[in-house]
Design a protein around this ligand. Structure first.
Ligand SMILES: O=P(O)(O)OC[C@H]1O[C@](O)(CO)[C@@H](O)[C@@H]1O
Length: 428
């Protein structure tokens, strides 16, 4: 993973090399704390040692009990789905991967109608084992399998904590199961059993993903000038401090679109604390040059754009044409056009004084993805240290969970009572 901060200097809001030099002392101190937390396997910091502590053999032995399936369905939500989805949507496999990470009945019904349930492994993931959406979807999927005459106990892999409903279910039915690593919040668990089981079922090289994570660990250093991850974390923090309260992450690769969704949870749920934070916007290049770029370039000067691309990609030629106006395209390639648009968008933002950061990986493969996921996790942890927020907790999401549970009769919660007090101004 390589980071280029050049287009975040002298912009609005913007940084200077003096700013970064001054910040580097704080990066060094933060790195000491992070390294100590990693060494002591402290809550949250344990995520940054997963490239060494994850056990690929245990993952492979859990999935090897299944014949190679036609499809894998992940039933989970948030970090219990997005890490696996990032890898499966970035890498090609002849095992199709699907995700149920919402409780939209139309989507659930549509998906179950499409799935070859008799040749699908259901990967149900919940660290807590109590997440309503995940458990509700699993109960629906399990019934659909039974209705299809499929023995769900033969087609289900459970990844969960030491206790809770899913652990009880796995124990009761002797299901193959994997542990969720202690001290690792879901949004930081991509390089663990949570994110790697699907990749293993799809035949991907999970050892290479972890090797990429180790590349990222090795690249951590006591200076932002020696660590791409810390450079990104420090620059985004300093830009937020100067008014860049939105970070639009814009990968120029369809295979990295889910990565932007994974990044959005990591960034928002880790850093949105105490009235602080930086809103992650999900964009896609080149598509969003024809939509959101107008706002990024000419809207309020309150954002930065993170442009992500692989520097090597399979390509597709654009045929020659006798149409005069299109002659410049003929003989070029789609990849050549995409790269030109990446560089043009980068220059367009710079010309308008909008800060943008370039993040590049060599190619979209297991090792580069492992390093990118690790790098953004480390960047997030550093940002949280610099902002002095509680990076690894997410108390603000609990209110809504209690309200929803109360509305369904799952307990007596004041939050549910507050729902009935909604202020109305209906325009029909
Ligand atoms: O793995 P679990 O416990 O089902 O949690 C799923 C997701 O819900 C959250 O706990 C927020 O409610 C996320 O932090 C987490 O990734």
């Amino acid at each position: 993973m390589r980071v280029d901060l050049g287009n975040a200097l002298e912009t609005t809001p913007g940084l200077t090399t003096e700013t970064l030099d001054r910040l580097d002392d704080r990066v060094a101190a933060a790195h000491e704390g992070i390294a100590a937390g990693m060494a002591d396997d402290e809550f949250g910091y344990a995520a940054l040692t997963l490239p060494e502590t994850a056990d690929p053999d245990a993952i492979r032995s859990a999935v090897d009990g299944f014949d190679r399936p036609e499809a894998v369905l992940t039933v989970g939500i948030g970090g219990s789905a997005l890490g696996a989805a990032t890898l499966s949507n970035a890498l090609e496999s002849d095992v199709d991967a699907y995700v149920l990470d919402n409780v939209d009945p139309d989507e659930t019904r549509r998906l179950l109608a499409d799935l070859p349930l008799g040749d699908t492994v259901v990967n149900v993931v919940s660290k807590s084992g109590t997440t309503a959406e995940t458990l509700a979807n699993f109960l629906v999927v399990r019934e659909a399998m039974a209705d299809a005459g499929v023995d769900w106990t033969e087609r289900t892999l459970v990844t969960t904590g030491e206790s809770g409903n899913l652990r009880e279910l796995a124990d009761r039915h002797g299901l193959p199961s994997l542990p969720v690593p202690d001290g690792v919040p879901g949004r930081f668990s991509a390089l663990s059993t949570v994110g790697l089981a699907v990749a293993a079922l799809q035949g991907h090289d999970i050892e290479a993903v972890l090797a990429g994570g180790r590349d990222g660990m090795d690249a951590l250093a006591g200076s932002l000038y020696d660590s791409p991850a810390y450079a990104y974390g420090a620059a985004t923090y300093a830009l937020a401090e100067r008014g860049a309260l939105t970070n639009a992450v814009m990968p120029y690769a369809e295979s990295l679109e889910t990565f932007a969704e994974w990044f959005a949870q990591l960034w928002a749920e880790s850093l949105g604390k105490d009235g602080l934070g930086q809103t992650p916007a999900r964009a896609l290049g080149a598509t969003d040059q024809h939509s959101q770029l107008q706002l990024y370039r000419a809207g309020p000067p309150d954002k930065l754009v993170t442009l992500v691309r692989p520097t090597e990609r399979a390509d597709a030629p654009i045929p020659e044409t006798d149409l005069d106006g299109l002659a410049y395209l003929g003989g070029s390639s789609l990849g050549g056009l995409l790269d030109a648009e990446f560089e043009a968008t980068e220059a367009s933002l710079a010309a308008a004084g909008v800060p943008n950061v370039r993040v590049e990986i060599d190619r979209v493969d297991e090792r580069a993805l492992g390093e990118l996921l690790f790098g953004m996790e480390a960047a997030c942890v550093l940002y949280g240290e610099l902002a002095s927020v509680s990076t690894f907790t997410q108390p603000a999401v609990e209110w809504g969970k209690k309200a929803a549970r109360g509305l369904l009769g799952g307990g007596d919660f004041d939050e549910a009572d507050a729902v009935a007090e909604k202020r109305e101004l209906r325009i029909d």
